[in-house]
Design a protein around this ligand. Structure first.
Ligand SMILES: [Zn+2]
Length: 246
């Protein structure tokens, strides 16, 4: 009796893992947006709009056939002294005010932005939702994305954690470097931010420390820039938009 129950729970657990794995690449954008709308209010003081002109310029450099264009990406800042950036489900990129304050050039911001867009390009940003994602997809298939059931499952089982593999971070860096070079014509600003925050910092921000070997990551970025035949040109100073400055 008990072993039968354990078997059923085990099968359900495996099935949920399978659904989650499939969902990460196949989840309809509509469901993803509903999830994103649910999660964004968990971040205090989100503000939209100030950095849109820069975001639009970068979006113009994203390859035409990339799924990123389907997201209608929006860039939000949120109130937090921590240095953090997240590609939320549904195309909302959240950048903390702590990160904006730590930037020394616009190029560094474009690198961070390009990296987050890379996660949408690979559609690996949903992995951080874990098995809860499988449950949300199941609920929304059965009862619709806006149903009370889906809402309940989301509130109960979803929490967003940064959970990328080394390979995913590497591909996101590659995507970011490509956009940076297309935008500025050189690789300046691609490494400085990581160097300041990873190598010289005993407590690197969490979103950067998911990668096990920061120096490796920096070497890889440097190599990408060398291989593309461009140098490290001069960077553009970054000014925090007046409405975000405190
Ligand atoms: Zn990342």
């Amino acid at each position: 009796m008990v072993s039968g129950l354990i078997l059923i729970v085990g099968i359900l657990f495996l099935a949920l893992g399978l659904i989650t794995d499939l969902s990460v690449k196949k989840i309809p954008l509509k469901v993803e947006r509903v999830i994103g709308e649910k999660l964004v209010p968990g971040f205090p003081g989100t503000r939209l709009g100030s950095l849109d002109p820069l975001l639009n310029q970068i979006m113009n450099k994203v390859p035409e056939d990339s799924i990123v264009h389907k997201y209608g990406v929006k860039l939000y800042s949120y109130e937090s002294p921590e240095i953090n950036a997240l590609a939320m489900p549904g195309g909302r990129i959240l950048i903390s005010e702590g990160l904006l304050n730590a930037l020394e050039s616009e190029n560094e911001l474009v690198m961070v932005l390009g990296h987050e867009l890379g996660h949408y390009n690979q559609r690996d940003h949903l992995r951080g939702l874990g098995r809860g994602l499988g449950m949300v997809v199941l609920a929304s298939l059965i009862t619709g994305p806006n149903s009370r059931m889906t809402d309940f499952v989301m509130t109960t089982f979803l929490s967003f954690q940064l959970n990328y593999s080394r390979a995913q971070e590497r591909s996101a860096d590659e995507f970011g470097v490509e956009l940076l070079i297309k935008h500025y014509g050189h690789g300046g600003g691609s490494i400085e931010f990581f160097e300041r925050l990873l190598v010289n910092n005993p407590h690197p921000p969490e979103f950067l420390s998911t990668h096990p070997d920061p120096e490796n990551r920096i070497d890889h970025i440097r190599e990408l820039i060398q291989n593309s035949g461009v140098g490290m040109g001069e960077t553009v100073p970054f000014q925090i938009p007046a409405e975000l400055a405190k």
